[in-house]
Ligand binder design. Sequence first.
Ligand SMILES: Nc1nc2c(c(CN[C@H]3C=C[C@H](O)[C@@H]3O)cn2[C@@H]2O[C@H](COP(=O)(O)O)[C@@H](O)[C@H]2O)c(=O)[nH]1
Length: 364
Amino acid sequence: MSDDEVDLELLDLLRKRFGIGVKDEGPPETKVLDNAQFIYDNSIDVALDMRSTKQAAQLVLQEMEKREYSTKTWSEHELHPKAKDENTINFIFTMDLLNFSFWSKKSEEERFAVVYKGKRWTGYFSLVALLQRALEQEIPITSPDFWIDEERCTDDVLRTVFSSGTEEEIPMFDERVRCLREAGQILTEEFDGSVVTLIEDAKGSAAGLVNLLAEKFPCFRDEGTFERKKVRFLKRPQILVADLWAAFDGEGYGEFNDIDKITMFADYRIPQMLHSLGILWYCPPLENKIRRQEIIESGHSWEMQIRGCSIWAVELLRREILKLKPDTHVNAILIDFFLYDLAKEKEEDGVDVIPHHRTRSIWY
Ligand SMILES: Nc1nc2c(c(CN[C@H]3C=C[C@H](O)[C@@H]3O)cn2[C@@H]2O[C@H](COP(=O)(O)O)[C@@H](O)[C@H]2O)c(=O)[nH]1
């Protein structure tokens, strides 16, 4: 290798490790909120209602204060890890690598479910339950070196991990295996096989960590096209950062100097909740399609509008809450977490709400 090539190699190493020689590009930005506003400004099939947004702000603020909703709420859930250590970091990375597309066409009784700790878990919590179950069975399912070890981590072992308490297997099993293998490969090649190294490379920036995940891991690169413009949603990178922030109570590996840059996570639950609050409105053809529970293809303009307008709706909700109580520290993450938990409570109470939209993808 010539001297010049050695110098370039060394500079690249110094740049990666210590940011030396990197021209200051200013603080990292994810562009998710800007893109959401662009989608909202150009949406004709999805609209937001400001009067309902103002009314909902009162309810959300009141309920969040009553429940003392905070980062601590995350760890209070019986399935979420409590320790503030590397095991929890690996758990959250694994969980949010696979945190997508749990919805089923089958009935509540027949859909994929996991029985764990004497309860029957479905949806997101079925994933959390099966990860905890595997760890109890001494299967190191949250260790990146395990995911790339085809001797120990065979497809059969993974089928055991994702095994169901019903006839239906977990949706997108093959895609989930692919995500694990790919992420394990990239962590090994670029981050010494360690999620902690990945987090440290973001240097305390939430937006930086989101961008790093989207740049280095294709299975986190949640983007689309709307009106011929690339738009970023980055739902799982953002919820991963948010879960770290919540699990570590904003300290240690959960400390980010720009956490409020994280937006709502564009999934299939929050739009449903925003609609039932009267904030999100669908044009009749789209509403009929959702009520008939018909598939909306991933990348379809209707899906882009639902996801973009939902992100923007939570931003407007956040602004209305701040008008009511300027000194309150409520960000999009806590509003989002609260709306998700509220949606699950309404579902359990059998409250009649519009079905969530049906898009099958690994993005949410
Ligand atoms: N926007 C948003 N989406 C969320 C969550 C969560 C769970 N977060 C926990 C952490 C803190 C909170 O307090 C929750 O305890 C899951 N999801 C998404 O929903 C879908 C699963 O729905 P269902 O099949 O009904 O379980 C799927 O796309 C999943 O990725 C959230 O918080 N926000």
